[in-house]
Design a protein around this ligand. Structure first.
Ligand SMILES: Cc1cc2nc3c(=O)[nH]c(=O)nc-3n(C[C@H](O)[C@H](O)[C@H](O)COP(=O)(O)O)c2cc1C
Length: 377
Protein backbone atom coordinates (compact mmCIF):
# COMPACT_ATOMS: atom_id res chain seq x y z
CA UNK A 1 0.00 0.00 0.00
CA UNK A 2 1.37 3.40 -0.96
CA UNK A 3 0.66 6.56 0.95
CA UNK A 4 0.59 10.01 -0.53
CA UNK A 5 -0.58 13.39 0.65
CA UNK A 6 -2.18 15.49 -2.04
CA UNK A 7 -0.92 19.08 -1.71
CA UNK A 8 -1.14 18.67 2.06
CA UNK A 9 -4.86 18.39 1.56
CA UNK A 10 -6.24 15.22 0.18
CA UNK A 11 -6.63 11.21 2.88
CA UNK A 12 -8.02 7.97 2.01
CA UNK A 13 -7.65 4.32 1.38
CA UNK A 14 -8.26 3.71 -2.24
CA UNK A 15 -8.71 0.68 -4.46
CA UNK A 16 -6.97 0.78 -7.77
CA UNK A 17 -9.92 1.16 -10.10
CA UNK A 18 -11.03 -1.60 -12.39
CA UNK A 19 -11.43 0.16 -15.71
CA UNK A 20 -13.76 -1.14 -18.35
CA UNK A 21 -12.73 1.50 -20.87
CA UNK A 22 -15.07 1.30 -23.82
CA UNK A 23 -16.04 -2.28 -23.17
CA UNK A 24 -19.81 -2.54 -22.84
CA UNK A 25 -20.54 -3.19 -19.19
CA UNK A 26 -22.95 -6.00 -20.00
CA UNK A 27 -20.18 -8.04 -21.61
CA UNK A 28 -17.86 -7.71 -18.64
CA UNK A 29 -17.71 -10.58 -16.16
CA UNK A 30 -19.05 -9.36 -12.86
CA UNK A 31 -21.79 -7.24 -14.37
CA UNK A 32 -25.48 -7.85 -14.42
CA UNK A 33 -26.96 -10.95 -15.98
CA UNK A 34 -30.09 -10.82 -18.11
CA UNK A 35 -32.35 -10.63 -15.05
CA UNK A 36 -30.38 -7.76 -13.59
CA UNK A 37 -28.71 -9.94 -10.95
CA UNK A 38 -25.01 -9.54 -10.17
CA UNK A 39 -23.13 -12.57 -11.39
CA UNK A 40 -20.00 -11.86 -9.37
CA UNK A 41 -18.98 -9.31 -6.77
CA UNK A 42 -17.06 -6.45 -8.35
CA UNK A 43 -16.09 -4.99 -5.00
CA UNK A 44 -14.24 -8.16 -3.99
CA UNK A 45 -12.39 -8.07 -7.28
CA UNK A 46 -11.28 -4.49 -6.96
CA UNK A 47 -10.23 -4.98 -3.36
CA UNK A 48 -7.56 -7.37 -4.60
CA UNK A 49 -5.90 -4.66 -6.68
CA UNK A 50 -3.04 -2.40 -5.68
CA UNK A 51 -4.04 0.12 -3.10
CA UNK A 52 -3.07 3.70 -2.79
CA UNK A 53 -3.80 6.19 -0.04
CA UNK A 54 -4.58 9.76 -1.02
CA UNK A 55 -5.55 12.31 1.60
CA UNK A 56 -8.36 14.70 0.73
CA UNK A 57 -9.13 17.56 3.07
CA UNK A 58 -11.57 20.32 2.22
CA UNK A 59 -13.91 22.42 4.34
CA UNK A 60 -16.64 19.92 3.46
CA UNK A 61 -14.72 16.77 4.47
CA UNK A 62 -13.83 18.52 7.71
CA UNK A 63 -17.33 19.79 8.43
CA UNK A 64 -19.05 16.47 7.74
CA UNK A 65 -16.33 14.06 8.87
CA UNK A 66 -16.19 12.28 5.51
CA UNK A 67 -13.24 10.93 3.54
CA UNK A 68 -14.09 12.32 0.08
CA UNK A 69 -15.76 15.65 -0.76
CA UNK A 70 -18.42 13.79 -2.76
CA UNK A 71 -22.08 14.04 -1.75
CA UNK A 72 -25.18 12.34 -3.10
CA UNK A 73 -28.06 14.68 -3.84
CA UNK A 74 -31.68 13.93 -3.07
CA UNK A 75 -33.27 11.46 -5.49
CA UNK A 76 -36.95 10.78 -5.09
CA UNK A 77 -37.60 6.99 -5.15
CA UNK A 78 -33.90 6.17 -5.53
CA UNK A 79 -31.96 7.68 -2.62
CA UNK A 80 -32.82 5.04 -0.02
CA UNK A 81 -30.91 3.37 2.81
CA UNK A 82 -28.98 0.79 0.73
CA UNK A 83 -27.61 3.38 -1.71
CA UNK A 84 -27.02 5.94 1.03
CA UNK A 85 -25.04 3.45 3.11
CA UNK A 86 -23.00 2.28 0.11
CA UNK A 87 -22.00 5.87 -0.70
CA UNK A 88 -21.15 6.65 2.92
CA UNK A 89 -19.21 3.39 3.31
CA UNK A 90 -17.28 4.36 0.17
CA UNK A 91 -16.20 7.62 1.82
CA UNK A 92 -18.80 10.06 0.47
CA UNK A 93 -21.98 11.38 2.03
CA UNK A 94 -24.98 9.19 1.23
CA UNK A 95 -28.49 10.62 1.05
CA UNK A 96 -31.84 9.37 2.26
CA UNK A 97 -34.57 11.37 0.54
CA UNK A 98 -37.39 12.20 2.93
CA UNK A 99 -39.90 12.47 0.07
CA UNK A 100 -39.75 8.69 -0.34
CA UNK A 101 -41.73 8.43 2.87
CA UNK A 102 -45.22 9.50 3.92
CA UNK A 103 -44.54 10.23 7.59
CA UNK A 104 -41.85 11.06 10.10
CA UNK A 105 -42.09 7.53 11.47
CA UNK A 106 -41.41 6.03 8.05
CA UNK A 107 -38.43 8.34 7.62
CA UNK A 108 -37.15 7.37 11.08
CA UNK A 109 -37.35 3.68 10.14
CA UNK A 110 -35.32 4.41 6.98
CA UNK A 111 -32.69 6.32 8.98
CA UNK A 112 -32.42 3.46 11.47
CA UNK A 113 -32.02 1.00 8.60
CA UNK A 114 -29.26 3.17 7.11
CA UNK A 115 -27.49 3.20 10.48
CA UNK A 116 -27.59 -0.61 10.48
CA UNK A 117 -25.80 -0.58 7.11
CA UNK A 118 -23.19 2.08 7.86
CA UNK A 119 -21.50 3.71 10.80
CA UNK A 120 -20.43 6.60 8.59
CA UNK A 121 -22.16 10.00 8.35
CA UNK A 122 -25.04 10.39 5.90
CA UNK A 123 -27.52 13.12 5.00
CA UNK A 124 -31.22 13.60 4.31
CA UNK A 125 -32.85 15.58 1.50
CA UNK A 126 -35.99 17.52 2.38
CA UNK A 127 -37.63 19.11 -0.64
CA UNK A 128 -39.73 21.94 0.75
CA UNK A 129 -42.24 22.38 -2.05
CA UNK A 130 -46.03 22.33 -1.98
CA UNK A 131 -47.05 18.69 -2.29
CA UNK A 132 -50.34 16.77 -2.54
CA UNK A 133 -48.81 13.96 -0.50
CA UNK A 134 -46.62 15.65 2.11
CA UNK A 135 -48.33 18.05 4.50
CA UNK A 136 -46.69 20.88 6.46
CA UNK A 137 -47.05 18.76 9.60
CA UNK A 138 -45.14 15.96 7.89
CA UNK A 139 -42.38 18.41 6.94
CA UNK A 140 -42.22 19.43 10.63
CA UNK A 141 -41.88 15.75 11.50
CA UNK A 142 -39.16 15.19 8.89
CA UNK A 143 -37.00 17.95 10.38
CA UNK A 144 -37.68 16.81 13.95
CA UNK A 145 -36.78 13.19 13.12
CA UNK A 146 -33.54 14.26 11.39
CA UNK A 147 -32.59 16.18 14.54
CA UNK A 148 -33.54 13.35 16.89
CA UNK A 149 -31.67 10.81 14.76
CA UNK A 150 -28.74 13.24 14.49
CA UNK A 151 -28.07 12.79 10.80
CA UNK A 152 -24.89 14.50 9.63
CA UNK A 153 -26.55 16.98 7.31
CA UNK A 154 -29.84 18.08 5.81
CA UNK A 155 -30.04 19.13 2.16
CA UNK A 156 -32.99 21.48 1.70
CA UNK A 157 -34.37 22.40 -1.70
CA UNK A 158 -37.34 24.62 -2.49
CA UNK A 159 -38.34 27.12 0.20
CA UNK A 160 -35.79 28.14 2.85
CA UNK A 161 -36.07 26.09 6.04
CA UNK A 162 -36.14 29.26 8.13
CA UNK A 163 -38.40 28.00 10.90
CA UNK A 164 -36.31 24.86 11.47
CA UNK A 165 -32.83 26.40 11.57
CA UNK A 166 -32.56 26.87 15.36
CA UNK A 167 -33.73 23.32 16.03
CA UNK A 168 -31.33 21.89 13.45
CA UNK A 169 -28.35 23.82 14.76
CA UNK A 170 -29.22 22.98 18.34
CA UNK A 171 -29.15 19.29 17.38
CA UNK A 172 -25.68 19.71 15.87
CA UNK A 173 -26.94 18.83 12.40
CA UNK A 174 -25.42 20.74 9.45
CA UNK A 175 -27.87 22.29 7.03
CA UNK A 176 -27.34 23.15 3.36
CA UNK A 177 -29.62 24.71 0.78
CA UNK A 178 -29.56 23.90 -2.91
CA UNK A 179 -29.69 27.09 -4.99
CA UNK A 180 -29.34 28.09 -8.62
CA UNK A 181 -28.59 31.81 -8.18
CA UNK A 182 -26.14 34.08 -6.37
CA UNK A 183 -29.00 36.13 -4.84
CA UNK A 184 -30.44 32.98 -3.26
CA UNK A 185 -27.02 31.89 -1.98
CA UNK A 186 -26.52 35.27 -0.28
CA UNK A 187 -29.94 35.02 1.34
CA UNK A 188 -29.25 31.48 2.54
CA UNK A 189 -25.97 32.57 4.11
CA UNK A 190 -27.74 35.44 5.89
CA UNK A 191 -30.30 33.00 7.30
CA UNK A 192 -27.49 31.09 8.98
CA UNK A 193 -27.15 27.93 6.91
CA UNK A 194 -23.87 25.99 7.06
CA UNK A 195 -23.29 25.62 3.32
CA UNK A 196 -24.60 25.93 -0.22
CA UNK A 197 -25.17 23.41 -2.97
CA UNK A 198 -24.73 25.42 -6.17
CA UNK A 199 -26.89 23.66 -8.77
CA UNK A 200 -26.33 24.45 -12.44
CA UNK A 201 -28.82 24.04 -15.25
CA UNK A 202 -27.16 20.76 -16.33
CA UNK A 203 -28.58 18.96 -13.31
CA UNK A 204 -31.28 16.33 -13.31
CA UNK A 205 -34.30 17.26 -11.18
CA UNK A 206 -35.52 20.84 -10.96
CA UNK A 207 -32.84 23.42 -11.83
CA UNK A 208 -33.74 27.05 -11.19
CA UNK A 209 -35.23 28.79 -14.22
CA UNK A 210 -32.31 31.25 -14.28
CA UNK A 211 -30.65 28.54 -16.40
CA UNK A 212 -27.08 29.33 -15.29
CA UNK A 213 -24.47 26.63 -15.89
CA UNK A 214 -22.40 25.00 -13.14
CA UNK A 215 -19.26 26.42 -14.79
CA UNK A 216 -20.41 30.00 -14.09
CA UNK A 217 -22.63 29.50 -11.06
CA UNK A 218 -19.99 27.79 -8.90
CA UNK A 219 -17.34 30.54 -8.99
CA UNK A 220 -20.00 33.26 -8.82
CA UNK A 221 -21.46 31.80 -5.64
CA UNK A 222 -18.04 30.90 -4.20
CA UNK A 223 -16.93 34.54 -4.55
CA UNK A 224 -20.20 35.83 -3.07
CA UNK A 225 -20.51 33.89 0.20
CA UNK A 226 -18.17 32.81 2.99
CA UNK A 227 -19.85 29.49 3.82
CA UNK A 228 -18.60 26.43 1.88
CA UNK A 229 -19.98 25.83 -1.58
CA UNK A 230 -20.48 22.42 -3.17
CA UNK A 231 -20.89 22.30 -6.96
CA UNK A 232 -23.63 20.19 -8.52
CA UNK A 233 -25.04 19.66 -11.97
CA UNK A 234 -23.22 17.83 -14.74
CA UNK A 235 -20.54 16.23 -12.56
CA UNK A 236 -19.96 12.51 -13.00
CA UNK A 237 -16.25 11.76 -12.77
CA UNK A 238 -12.81 12.87 -11.59
CA UNK A 239 -12.63 15.53 -14.26
CA UNK A 240 -15.73 17.17 -12.84
CA UNK A 241 -14.38 16.89 -9.30
CA UNK A 242 -11.07 18.50 -10.27
CA UNK A 243 -12.86 21.25 -12.19
CA UNK A 244 -15.27 21.99 -9.33
CA UNK A 245 -12.40 22.36 -6.85
CA UNK A 246 -10.66 24.72 -9.27
CA UNK A 247 -13.87 26.76 -9.58
CA UNK A 248 -13.91 27.40 -5.85
CA UNK A 249 -16.10 24.53 -4.63
CA UNK A 250 -15.18 22.56 -1.51
CA UNK A 251 -16.76 19.42 -2.94
CA UNK A 252 -19.22 18.03 -5.44
CA UNK A 253 -22.74 16.69 -5.30
CA UNK A 254 -23.95 14.15 -7.86
CA UNK A 255 -27.21 12.36 -8.40
CA UNK A 256 -27.46 11.17 -12.02
CA UNK A 257 -24.13 9.34 -11.82
CA UNK A 258 -25.29 7.47 -8.71
CA UNK A 259 -28.20 5.94 -10.66
CA UNK A 260 -25.70 3.80 -12.58
CA UNK A 261 -24.22 2.15 -9.52
CA UNK A 262 -24.70 -1.43 -8.44
CA UNK A 263 -26.33 -0.33 -5.22
CA UNK A 264 -29.00 1.85 -6.82
CA UNK A 265 -32.12 -0.24 -7.08
CA UNK A 266 -33.24 0.32 -10.69
CA UNK A 267 -34.12 -2.09 -13.49
CA UNK A 268 -31.23 -3.05 -15.79
CA UNK A 269 -32.97 -1.30 -18.73
CA UNK A 270 -32.41 1.98 -16.92
CA UNK A 271 -28.68 1.29 -16.61
CA UNK A 272 -28.49 0.42 -20.29
CA UNK A 273 -30.53 3.43 -21.39
CA UNK A 274 -28.36 5.84 -19.41
CA UNK A 275 -25.23 4.33 -20.97
CA UNK A 276 -26.76 4.47 -24.46
CA UNK A 277 -28.05 8.05 -24.29
CA UNK A 278 -25.83 11.12 -24.66
CA UNK A 279 -25.58 14.62 -23.21
CA UNK A 280 -28.09 16.05 -25.71
CA UNK A 281 -30.73 13.50 -24.74
CA UNK A 282 -32.31 15.41 -21.85
CA UNK A 283 -34.88 18.17 -22.01
CA UNK A 284 -36.45 20.78 -19.76
CA UNK A 285 -40.11 19.99 -19.25
CA UNK A 286 -42.70 22.22 -17.56
CA UNK A 287 -40.74 25.40 -18.22
CA UNK A 288 -43.96 26.99 -19.49
CA UNK A 289 -45.65 26.43 -16.12
CA UNK A 290 -42.61 27.66 -14.16
CA UNK A 291 -41.73 24.31 -12.63
CA UNK A 292 -39.02 23.19 -14.97
CA UNK A 293 -37.48 19.79 -14.60
CA UNK A 294 -34.66 18.14 -16.53
CA UNK A 295 -35.63 14.69 -17.73
CA UNK A 296 -34.70 12.13 -20.34
CA UNK A 297 -36.12 12.74 -23.82
CA UNK A 298 -38.60 9.91 -24.33
CA UNK A 299 -42.14 9.34 -25.62
CA UNK A 300 -43.67 10.83 -22.48
CA UNK A 301 -41.52 13.94 -22.22
CA UNK A 302 -42.10 14.60 -25.95
CA UNK A 303 -45.83 14.43 -25.26
CA UNK A 304 -45.49 16.83 -22.33
CA UNK A 305 -43.50 19.30 -24.46
CA UNK A 306 -46.12 19.02 -27.18
CA UNK A 307 -48.88 19.85 -24.70
CA UNK A 308 -46.86 22.77 -23.40
CA UNK A 309 -46.48 24.25 -26.87
CA UNK A 310 -50.28 24.02 -27.14
CA UNK A 311 -50.56 26.06 -23.94
CA UNK A 312 -51.47 23.28 -21.50
CA UNK A 313 -51.98 24.36 -17.87
CA UNK A 314 -50.37 22.61 -14.90
CA UNK A 315 -53.58 20.68 -14.14
CA UNK A 316 -53.44 19.13 -17.62
CA UNK A 317 -49.82 18.12 -17.15
CA UNK A 318 -50.22 16.58 -13.69
CA UNK A 319 -51.35 13.13 -14.88
CA UNK A 320 -48.12 12.78 -16.87
CA UNK A 321 -45.99 13.79 -13.91
CA UNK A 322 -47.31 11.55 -11.17
CA UNK A 323 -44.73 10.24 -8.74
CA UNK A 324 -46.20 6.76 -9.04
CA UNK A 325 -45.41 6.70 -12.78
CA UNK A 326 -41.77 7.52 -12.09
CA UNK A 327 -41.52 4.99 -9.27
CA UNK A 328 -42.94 2.28 -11.54
CA UNK A 329 -40.62 3.11 -14.44
CA UNK A 330 -37.43 2.92 -12.34
CA UNK A 331 -38.53 -0.55 -11.27
CA UNK A 332 -40.03 -2.06 -14.44
CA UNK A 333 -37.47 -0.47 -16.78
CA UNK A 334 -40.02 1.02 -19.20
CA UNK A 335 -37.94 4.02 -20.22
CA UNK A 336 -40.84 5.67 -22.08
CA UNK A 337 -43.42 5.45 -19.30
CA UNK A 338 -42.38 8.38 -17.10
CA UNK A 339 -40.46 11.64 -16.96
CA UNK A 340 -37.21 10.17 -15.70
CA UNK A 341 -35.20 12.93 -14.07
CA UNK A 342 -31.62 12.71 -15.28
CA UNK A 343 -29.02 15.36 -16.00
CA UNK A 344 -26.79 16.09 -18.96
CA UNK A 345 -24.06 14.04 -17.28
CA UNK A 346 -25.65 10.93 -18.82
CA UNK A 347 -23.27 11.71 -21.69
CA UNK A 348 -20.38 10.97 -19.34
CA UNK A 349 -21.76 7.70 -17.97
CA UNK A 350 -20.47 4.59 -19.70
CA UNK A 351 -20.73 1.88 -17.08
CA UNK A 352 -22.24 0.57 -13.87
CA UNK A 353 -19.82 0.65 -10.96
CA UNK A 354 -20.02 -0.02 -7.27
CA UNK A 355 -20.15 3.19 -5.24
CA UNK A 356 -16.72 2.36 -3.88
CA UNK A 357 -15.20 2.03 -7.34
CA UNK A 358 -16.91 5.18 -8.53
CA UNK A 359 -15.67 7.32 -5.66
CA UNK A 360 -12.17 5.82 -5.61
CA UNK A 361 -11.84 6.35 -9.36
CA UNK A 362 -13.00 9.93 -9.10
CA UNK A 363 -10.46 10.87 -6.47
CA UNK A 364 -7.56 9.10 -8.19
CA UNK A 365 -8.45 10.76 -11.49
CA UNK A 366 -8.93 14.21 -9.96
CA UNK A 367 -5.57 13.91 -8.24
CA UNK A 368 -3.88 12.90 -11.48
CA UNK A 369 -5.52 15.69 -13.48
CA UNK A 370 -4.64 18.41 -10.98
CA UNK A 371 -1.02 17.25 -10.89
CA UNK A 372 -0.74 17.03 -14.67
CA UNK A 373 -2.26 20.44 -15.25
CA UNK A 374 -0.17 22.12 -12.57
CA UNK A 375 2.87 21.23 -14.71
CA UNK A 376 1.51 23.65 -17.32
CA UNK A 377 2.37 26.61 -15.14
C1 LIG B 1 -33.55 10.80 -10.28
C2 LIG B 1 -33.37 12.12 -9.60
C3 LIG B 1 -34.26 12.51 -8.61
C4 LIG B 1 -34.08 13.73 -7.95
N1 LIG B 1 -34.93 14.06 -6.94
C5 LIG B 1 -34.68 15.18 -6.22
C6 LIG B 1 -35.47 15.50 -5.09
O1 LIG B 1 -36.41 14.77 -4.73
N2 LIG B 1 -35.19 16.64 -4.41
C7 LIG B 1 -34.15 17.46 -4.78
O2 LIG B 1 -33.90 18.46 -4.12
N3 LIG B 1 -33.38 17.17 -5.85
C8 LIG B 1 -33.62 16.06 -6.57
N4 LIG B 1 -32.81 15.76 -7.63
C9 LIG B 1 -31.68 16.66 -7.96
C10 LIG B 1 -30.39 16.15 -7.31
O3 LIG B 1 -30.47 16.14 -5.91
C11 LIG B 1 -29.17 16.98 -7.70
O4 LIG B 1 -29.36 18.33 -7.35
C12 LIG B 1 -28.83 16.94 -9.17
O5 LIG B 1 -29.33 15.80 -9.78
C13 LIG B 1 -27.35 16.99 -9.36
O6 LIG B 1 -26.99 17.07 -10.70
P1 LIG B 1 -26.68 15.79 -11.62
O7 LIG B 1 -28.00 15.23 -11.95
O8 LIG B 1 -26.01 16.39 -12.79
O9 LIG B 1 -25.82 14.85 -10.85
C14 LIG B 1 -33.00 14.56 -8.31
C15 LIG B 1 -32.11 14.17 -9.33
C16 LIG B 1 -32.28 12.97 -9.96
C17 LIG B 1 -31.29 12.56 -11.01
Amino acid sequence: MQERLLGGQIALLINKPIRYGNTPWSSVPGCLDIMGVMTTDLRNKSNDCNREVIKVKTKITEMLGIKYPIICGGMLWLAKPELAAAISNAGGLGNVTAGNYDSGDELRAALKKTKELTEKPFGVNITLLPSFRITMETYDDFFRVCCEEKVAAIEVSGSPATKYLDMVHHAGVKIFHKVGAVRHAINIEKLGYDGIFAAGIEEGGHPLNDDVTTMVLTPRIAESVKIPVVATGGIADGRGLAAALCLGAEGVMMATRFINTEECNVHKNIYEEIIRRQEQDTTLICKSVKLQGRALINDLTKEILDLETKGAKMEELFPFLSGQRVKTAWQNGDVNYAALMVGQSIGLIKDVLSCRELLDNMVVDADKIIRQKSAYF
